[in-house]
Write a protein that binds this ligand. Structure first.
Ligand code: SF4
Ligand code: SF4
Length: 260
């Protein structure tokens, strides 16, 4: 998800979709370009994507990160990005692409769901608020854009069951924006604090152990109703993790817990 400010928004390629704007699109197995978009991608995975994919694959988050991603630190970035590793074949296909299509379709990443629309987050520094923005950006080879079926962005997100994904991605983007300023000092993003922050955001199974099996409970008071949910509810735990990162790196007051 791109972080945008008012100045950058006009530089984004593609057509900005405002609420109520419609666009033409339809994708179906018989279309001539079927699955062409699932190869040779720079597909960034967001924390909620990882939760859903590892659940779909019935493996834990350690195994998922080991087997399926590359972790990269982009220039001028202070937090690593997680890229889905393409298969080692000539076409560099997505590891989840099968002859009949996407093998993780029900849990496919946010970017795949919203495609051919891209979601960004427009930040207003004067009010310290953000709002999602959408751009239609089908690649030239995508024949779906020449179909007659029309969608508004709301209809499209509903149809693709992307609403929860979009919400979680926006929450993540709000955390990621804080990393525009370097919180690490000399230890860098791969120091002890960096590893803890990465775990809270991308390794939900380890983070659950950290919350329940370490001294965390002695150091922080978690609201009882929330604590119960954290044991079983990955979505809630991820949001808790975002709050914890914001608190321990930037001192932002959390809602779900407080230091003892
Ligand atoms: S390129 Fe476009 S129309 Fe073709 S399969 Fe991908 S999303 Fe569908
Ligand atoms: S996750 Fe599924 S939809 Fe996304 S690129 Fe891979 S095969 Fe295509």
């Amino acid at each position: 998800m791109k972080q945008l400010d008012g100045k950058k928004i006009n530089d984004i390629p593609g057509k900005r979709l405002l609420k109520g704007d419609s666009f033409a699109f339809r994708c179906y197995p018989e279309i001539s370009c079927f699955n062409r978009c699932c190869r040779n991608l720079n597909l960034f995975l967001y924390p909620y994507d990882v939760i859903r994919l590892r659940r779909n694959l019935e493996i834990n988050s350690d195994e998922f990160l080991d087997q399926y991603v590359d972790i990269v630190l982009r220039p001028h970035s202070h937090f690593p990005d997680v890229l889905l590793r393409m298969a080692d074949n000539k076409e560099k296909t997505c590891p989840f692409l099968s002859t009949s299509g996407c093998s993780v379709y029900l849990d496919r990443p946010d970017t795949c769901r919203t495609f051919p629309v891209e979601q960004g987050l427009l930040y207003d520094a004067t009010t310290n608020t953000s709002e999602p923005v959408h751009f239609l950006r089908p690649p030239d080879f995508c024949q779906g854009q020449h179909e007659s079926q029309q969608w508004t962005i709301d209809e499209w997100c509903q149809d693709q069951q992307a609403i929860r994904y979009n919400q979680m991605t926006v929450r993540w983007a709000e955390v990621k924006r804080l990393f525009e300023n370097n919180p690490w000092g000399a230890e860098g993003p791969y120091g002890a604090r960096g590893k803890m922050a990465f775990m809270a955001c991308y390794n939900i199974d380890r983070f659950r152990s950290f919350v329940f099996d370490s001294s965390f409970k002695k150091r922080y008071k978690i609201k009882p109703a929330i604590r119960k949910k954290l044991r079983i509810d990955d979505d809630q735990l991820l949001q808790f993790g975002f709050e914890w990162v914001k608190f321990f790196l930037w001192g932002i007051t959390p809602r779900y817990f407080k230091p003892k």
